[in-house]
Design a protein around this ligand. Structure first.
Ligand code: TNX
Length: 502
């Protein structure tokens, strides 16, 4: 009797082209991952694939370079000449006897691995051995992203999230082909990265968090570990040190940074806009240089985010002076600056990236200066907005954001006067005033983050809420298998949860 071929599982974000065939490939204990190049990045990608497939299958899945592929193997290769793939694209061909994954770059391989994971049964994501069988329907996929920047921001300042929590999050970003993790490392309520030249920042400023919750901070070793964990998955960590406002934790640590020279009391509320560095004091720039020196040295990626939002306690002339001076300092350290949209009021270098969150006029002002935008519209992409009025967690200052509203918008038409060329990408920020652990993070970020991942990766003409809603519903059991406590929004036809996922 012929076996019924498994139907194609849901893939999120939706690939550029998927051509189903007939038959299945079965991953067995005899399978090897054969890398056809000596490129170390490609070999690391192959090892990452094995790392993801081993726990649930229990297979050895040795990564080998020397051996010609045999039936049942997974072949990983680089094709530097395949220019249709760009920097992050890949081709995945599943045939009954062989799986082949090819890309121009190791980054493309790492993106393709995620599609391969999603083509396997949901149980592949279980952390312990499951029975299988591990079948993949025959299919070919050709894929590449629409936008270069596909990010998530986590506010670790209002509430602190430790290294293990972030590593888990990085894995979830990677699975959905996101490539930036923006960490909001400082705010009024806490300073979260150790700076050797300014030890009080964490010793004093690191202790607090919103509502009297426990503070915390990353040692430089912790931070390096995070950066390399992300780098293995071809994700850049984008550190943000918020200035010149949102600095109460710094002012509490070093009184000299305030115009009156007095250390501020710690702050654990959730108001914004009351603190500022003293713009006309040289001590301020000695401080900024100390911090930027260490942050730049710790961060191999090209980006440095200087915040710049809600400068409600900084004189507007001073604000521009500050942003322009800091822009020079960032550049002198070989980094590309980002800032929240308010920085568009200053004179910007063309390489500076401006993060839109609210005001279309500031987005246009940035574009007129030749800068590109990262789009994080609060009404769509802020993961900290409540789903509905009756949601327990989240804020509502930008309204409520259903799964549909978070999905149904397009970067090229969001803002009048801002087109596809002006957009570097999209990012979903998760501010953490109302969440302090994994449960809250999962609830607010999932599933809405997946919609933003698709907006950043997939072509606009291939997207619709009707199609997405169905795929997302079918994807629910995979999130269960990953142990993600996502919000089962009633707009989505969720498939039955699998039993005993993790
Ligand atoms: C505004 S948006 C802020 C944050 C808050 C957030 C809460 C932006 C650049 N600043 O300080 O945490 O709203 O949604």
């Amino acid at each position: 009797m012929a076996e019924r071929p498994p139907t194609l599982p849901a893939i999120i974000p939706k690939p550029l082209a998927v051509v189903p065939g007939s038959g299945t490939f079965e991953l067995t204990s005899a399978a090897r991952i054969v890398v056809t190049t000596l490129d170390p990045g490609a070999r690391r990608a192959a090892r990452l694939l094995a790392f993801h497939l081993r726990p649930a299958t229990g297979f050895r899945l040795p990564v080998s370079a020397a051996r010609p592929p045999a039936g049942g193997d997974v072949v990983v290769s680089l094709r530097p000449g395949d220019s249709a793939l760009g920097q992050e694209g890949y081709r995945l061909a599943v045939a009954p006897a062989l799986v082949t994954l090819a890309a121009r770059t190791p980054t493309g391989l790492v993106r393709g691995i995620q599609t391969l994971r999603q083509l396997l049964p949901d149980a592949i994501e279980a952390s312990r051995r499951r029975p299988g069988p591990w079948q993949i329907p025959v299919v070919t996929v050709h894929d590449r992203p629409r936008f270069a920047w596909r990010g998530m921001m986590l506010d670790v300042a209002r509430h602190f999230f430790g290294v293990r929590e972030l590593e888990r999050l990085i894995d979830l970003l990677a699975l959905h082909k996101l490539n930036r993790l923006h960490l909001h490392l400082s705010d009024d309520q806490g300073w979260r990265l150790a700076i050797a030249a300014r030890p009080r920042l964490t010793r004093v400023g690191g202790r607090t968090a919103v509502g009297g919750a426990k503070g915390g901070y990353y040692t430089q070793r912790d931070y390096r570990r995070l950066v390399s964990y992300a780098a293995e998955r071809h994700i850049d960590v984008v550190p943000e040190i918020d200035m010149p406002g949102h600095v109460n934790a710094a002012l509490a640590s070093y009184g000299e940074l305030a115009c009156d020279g007095r250390a501020a009391p710690p702050y654990t509320g959730i108001e914004v806009g009351f603190s500022s560095l003293c713009i006309r004091k040289e001590e301020t720039y000695a401080f900024v240089e100390d911090v930027l020196d260490e942050v730049a040295a710790l961060t191999p990626g090209p980006y440095l985010h200087i915040g710049g939002d809600e400068p409600l306690s900084t004189d507007p002339v001073d604000y521009r002076f500050f942003v322009e001076r800091v822009q020079r300092l960032v550049r002198a350290r070989g980094k590309r600056m980002l800032g929240w949209e308010e920085i568009a009021r200053a004179s910007l270098q063309r390489t500076t990236l401006v993060q839109h969150w609210d005001d279309p006029e500031l987005a246009r002002l940035a574009v007129r200066q030749g800068a590109k935008l990262v789009l994080s519209p609060a009404t769509r992409a802020y993961l900290d907005m409540k789903y509905t009025r009756s949601s327990e967690l989240g804020l509502v200052w930008a309204g409520t954001t259903s799964v549909r509203k978070a999905y149904e918008w397009d970067p090229a038409t969001l803002i009048d006067g801002v087109g596809e060329r002006d957009v570097h990408g999209v990012e979903a920020p998760l501010w953490s005033e109302t969440i302090e652990r994994r449960k809250g993070l999962d609830h607010l970020a999932f599933p809405r983050l997946l919609g933003v991942a698709e907006i950043g990766w997939s072509r606009a003409d291939g997207r619709s809420w009707r199609d997405y809603r169905t795929r997302l519903g079918a994807y629910g059991p995979r999130l269960d298998s990953l142990g993600v406590g996502f919000h089962r929004a009633t707009e989505v036809p969720w498939a039955e949860p699998v039993s005993g996922g993790q």
